[in-house]
Ligand binder design. Structure first.
Ligand code: 3HC
Length: 316
């Protein structure tokens, strides 16, 4: 039996050689723990993310917008299921992951703790939040843990639809009546900074990044991805004459990047520690849905038990 050091060296050598790690491969406990943490929090984000959007399904301004929003929310549920399945390949049960969410032990993306106050917010989520998710997830589609990278490939295709429909919704408002323009700008003012926080704390305050980059789970840092998102989104805002709510935003000719002003990291840490505008409401609604859905889980478990008993008696 190799001793632990040799196993760790062989494991890292596989990653450095560009190999993907699969669930049945030997892996350090800390690798398993980190991947369960990251993938399950991603899954929680997808499921909790349905709530702010679901809030507007009955109030969409047209049948077309309602159908688009219904399709998007349904996609997010599917993303959550893919990601819970990817986390389960690491040997943890989905029921335990959901318990961690409902008891506040597990995190989900900061962005979903903000309210959707106007219809423009639905466009902002598609344009900004899914835009940020695409920047992050196209990186994760190349990560070196097989099930995670494969889940990302399908999810990214759907995120692109989400992002385009969100931008089209905001562009429609931006060239609409003065009230619609004002609604779009007011929404951008509220969503811009929490979206930049989605990429995580600055690199020098990120306890997990170094290890995740050694394991090629993160292929770019939090700040690199944030910068990529800012560069792409400032151009999109300008194209529809909306103003990014950052008085310090300026284009650096040397680097070719848009430099943004300071982010309020106190707000970020406060929100992810549970004290954001809607944290309690989100968990309350998730808990309620979980309790209401208990009968479905019981029926599915009873059916699966029956099937197992039938197969066992057929096998004699
Ligand atoms: N929201 C909540 N918590 C966050 C966060 C955020 N935006 N960014 C960082 N954190 C937490 C981390 O979870 C970590 O806490 P923990 O150790 O207790 O889990 C702490 O802050 C320190 O941050 P790190 O940078 O060290 O953490 P990571 O290396 O894990 O990086 C991350 C954070 C960039 C979010 C990374 O986990 C990641 O890429 N996750 C996968 C993508 C994801 O979860 N996206 C969520 C959005 S899903 C979405 O937008 C759905 C779309 O369809 C609408």
């Amino acid at each position: 039996m190799h001793d632990e050091t040799q196993q760790l060296e062989a494991f890292q050598a596989r990653i450095d050689a560009g190999e993907k790690i699969e669930p049945k491969d030997w892996m350090p406990d800390n690798y398993r723990r980190q991947l369960i943490r990251m993938i399950s929090q991603h899954a929680h984000s997808e499921v909790v993310g349905m709530l702010p959007e679901g809030n507007w399904i009955t109030r969409a301004p047209s049948l077309r917008r309602k159908m688009i929003l219904l399709a998007k929310v349904q996609d997010e549920a599917g993303h959550g299921l893919y990601l819970y399945s990817a986390a389960e390949t690491l040997g943890i049960d989905r029921a335990e992951l959901i318990e961690q969410l409902l008891t506040g032990k597990a995190k989900y993306s900061n962005i979903f703790n903000y309210p959707t106050l106007t219809w423009a917010d639905i466009g902002m989520i598609g344009w900004l939040v899914d835009g940020a998710a695409i920047v992050n997830q196209t990186m994760l589609a190349k990560c070196h843990f097989g099930p995670y990278s494969r889940a990302m490939i399908r999810i990214c295709k759907e995120e692109n639809f989400h992002n385009k429909q969100g931008y089209e919704l905001v562009a429609t408002l931006a060239r609409g009546t003065p009230q619609q323009r004002r609604m779009a700008q007011e929404s951008l003012n509220r969503w811009w900074w929490p979206t930049l926080m989605m990429f995580g704390p600055p690199d020098d305050q990120s306890p997990n990044s170094a290890q995740l980059m050694r394991w090629k789970i993160k292929l770019q840092s939090n700040d690199e991805l944030r910068q990529r998102f800012v560069d792409r989104t400032v151009a999109e805002a300008k194209a529809i004459d909306l103003e990014i709510p950052d008085p310090d935003l300026r284009f650096n000719e040397q680097t070719g990047h848009w430099e943004h002003g300071p982010i309020d990291w106190d707000e970020f840490w406060r929100v992810i520690r549970g004290d954001g505008p809607y944290n309690h409401e989100r968990i309350r609604v998730r808990r309620e849905a979980h309790e209401r859905g208990a009968w479905v889980r019981e029926a599915a478990e009873a059916y699966a038990l029956k099937r197992r008993e039938k197969a066992a008696s057929a096998a004699g």
